[in-house]
Design a protein around this ligand. Structure first.
Ligand code: GTP
Ligand code: MG
Length: 570
């Protein structure tokens, strides 16, 4: 009875593609317990009373008095009802739930009256699949240039705008960055020739509507890169093919591996590796094959299946092989008819970058689950009426229509969705997978934070301060012990956290129990931990909504571990 758009028919669910994190046992599920705690006004009093674009860097040091724990249990309504909206019916949450076994999420049947909006939604997609694509890779690999040039070739950016970019680049003495300026729009990015924050654009291919996110490569801006990656379904990993340059990016400490690992940990399983700057190495087949070999030897054990990774030789600067095939320098790539369009070790001979984007499998869109919208940016709305606030982010599941009521978590403010925008265009409804701006009314702006979730009032998202999680530990220098502090990166937000308890050490490959209550968790191991968060967050069990159940732990600018939430303790 789930009404899914017809274009979703040939989807492969992301569940099938996940390898690294599909380790949940029935036992875990049995131990899972969800308890959402109402947050008090007094808890929020210390927050600044302004609405602004709250960038990650501004949030990081903001402290708040510790949360008071409440003893709510699974059977108590988790939302304090206020005027207007009826409380969550308790029975709905505990229905069919044997005691002690809890999933936090029930499917929300799609009401018949959503059928029309779903039809509009499909019309908006013009029979195409929606794909959120993030472009990552080491600093200066040519990400912005490659994607900027692609946008020019696809006529998303017109000649006049491109002419302005050229003039501006010449004025700054940065001629070679003219295509990068399509995406690097801030003054500082342009004068430094470095992407600092994510940039977004949309383009269409034969089968896809692509929401593009260009991420920064410099390691100082990894939190911004994670913010972009958190919205993505698929990725393009750009590497610089020049001798020495590929190697620098690929080394320990370079961003090629770190970005690939972060993407995989965030649930991205399909990757296009763009071997860039091929014009500078005379389109050498040997060098291309050498890079493909090195990358695939690393990507496979990192959790990417061979079938989900492709490699393409390109030049972002000269524009070869972006949308037009068969250029003379690439004759070895396009070689004979027999190899054309067959995949050999991830290389599809003759395929351009756009061909490969067209071939990506669209992810499953959990449209029939309850509405959850995760806030990644907040700003004062202009021209949409007094008392309205604009919030940007991604709809993780369910759908929403204009004039619907929703609830903000954890503050429990009741809000009305006044309007919905996608790419600056007003729409009447939006669904899972859409990156949108919602203009909402009824919210106290001081309650709004990045990472908060606007959701279905009848099926509110759980909030947590203590969670149990399964983590995979990266190549860290100091082992994790009880009490280890970490920064918890979750979607676009970050929060101070502490690893309180080491519950189990697991075999990294098989997930089997190695030891209970280990003294420490060493590098490259895997384990179950209990994590205490400085402030309450909105999250789901990984088994309920993957996108809202996975996180990253970082410390002193390095990623320590990636994890999935297996239990919400309080
Ligand atoms: P960050 O976002 O700062 O990590 O860099 P980026 O990966 O976006 O690189 P960007 O596009 O800013 O390009 C860096 C430099 O590489 C610029 O000078 C580009 O002109 C140059 N470049 C990018 N692609 C190519 C290419 O295909 N060939 C040549 N010759 N130069 C390129
Ligand atoms: Mg860039």
């Amino acid at each position: 009875e789930d009404v899914l758009p017809p274009t979703r028919g040939r989807l492969t669910s992301r569940d099938e593609l996940d390898t690294q994190f599909d380790m949940d046992t029935e036992d875990d599920k049995a131990r899972s317990k969800a308890a959402a705690i109402p947050i008090r006004q007094s808890d929020l009093d210390t927050l600044p009373s302004r609405v602004a674009t709250l960038k990650i860097s501004e949030r990081i040091d903001r402290s708040i008095s510790p949360q008071k724990k409440s003893k709510s249990t699974i059977d108590s309504p988790s939302v304090t009802p206020r005027q207007g909206v009826s409380p969550a019916p308790v029975s709905r949450r505990s229905e069919n739930t044997p005691s002690g076994v809890t999933s936090t999420l029930k499917r929300r049947p799609i009401a018949a009256d959503r059928t029309n909006t779903l039809r509009d939604y499909n019309e908006r997609l013009e029979g195409r699949d929606l794909l959120n694509l993030v472009v990552v890779g080491h600093v200066d690999a040519g990400k912005s240039t490659l994607m900027g040039h692609l946008l020019v070739k696809l006529k998303v950016v017109d000649d006049r705008a491109m002419h302005r970019n050229r003039t501006e680049a010449a004025r700054l003495g940065k001629d070679s960055f003219s295509f990068a300026f399509v995406l690097d729009e801030s003054e500082e990015e342009r004068s430094r020739g470095v992407t600092m924050d994510i940039a977004q654009a949309q383009f269409k291919t034969k089968t896809k509507i692509v929401n593009l996110v260009d991420a920064p490569g410099h390691k100082d801006f990894i939190p911004n890169m994670i913010n972009g990656a958190a919205q993505a379904d698929v990725g393009i990993l750009v590497v610089d093919s020049r001798r020495g340059e590929f190697e620098t990016g690929f080394e320990y400490g370079g961003q090629t591996r770190e970005h690939a690992l972060l993407l995989r940990s965030l649930g991205v399983s399909q990757l296009i590796c763009a071997v860039n700057k091929m014009d500078t190495i005379e389109w050498s087949q040997d060098r291309f094959e050498e890079i493909v070999k090195k990358l695939s030897a690393f990507l496979k054990p990192s959790g990417y299946k061979d079938a989900d990774v492709t490699y393409v030789p390109v030049s972002g600067w000269t524009g070869e092989n972006l949308i037009t095939p068969n250029n003379p320098p690439l004759s070895w790539y396009n070689k004979d008819e027999s190899t054309s369009n067959t995949t050999v070790n991830g290389v599809i001979h003759g395929a351009t970058l756009v061909d490969l984007i067209d071939r990506l499998k669209p992810p499953e869109r959990p449209i029939s689950k309850p509405f959850r919208f995760c806030i990644s940016d907040i700003y004062r709305a202009t021209g949409v009426g007094a008392g309205t606030v604009s919030i940007a982010g991604r709809i993780e599941c369910g759908g929403v229509e204009v004039n619907e009521r929703a609830i903000l978590r954890p503050s429990n403010d009741q809000v009305t969705i006044k309007s919905i925008q996608i790419e600056n265009t007003n729409v009447t409804s939006a669904f899972a997978g859409d990156n949108v701006t919602l203009n909402i009314q009824g919210v106290d702006p001081t309650h709004l934070f990045i990472g908060n979730v606007v959701c279905d009032p009848e099926y509110p998202i759980p909030c947590a301060t203590v969670i149990q999680a399964r983590i995979i530990i990266f190549n860290i220098s100091v082992p994790i012990i009880p009490g280890t502090p970490a920064v918890f990166h979750f979607k676009s937000m970050q929060e101070q956290a502490k690893i309180m308890t080491l519950v189990e050490e697991l075999d990294r490959l098989t997930g089997e129990l190695k030891r209970r209550n280990p003294r420490l968790l060493p590098k490259n191991s895997s384990g179950v931990i209990e994590l205490v968060l400085h402030r309450q967050i909105c999250c789901e069990l990984y088994s309920d909504v993957k996108e809202l159940g996975r996180f990253m732990l970082r410390q002193s600018g390095l990623t320590m571990a990636a994890g999935i939430i297996t239990r919400i303790i309080t």
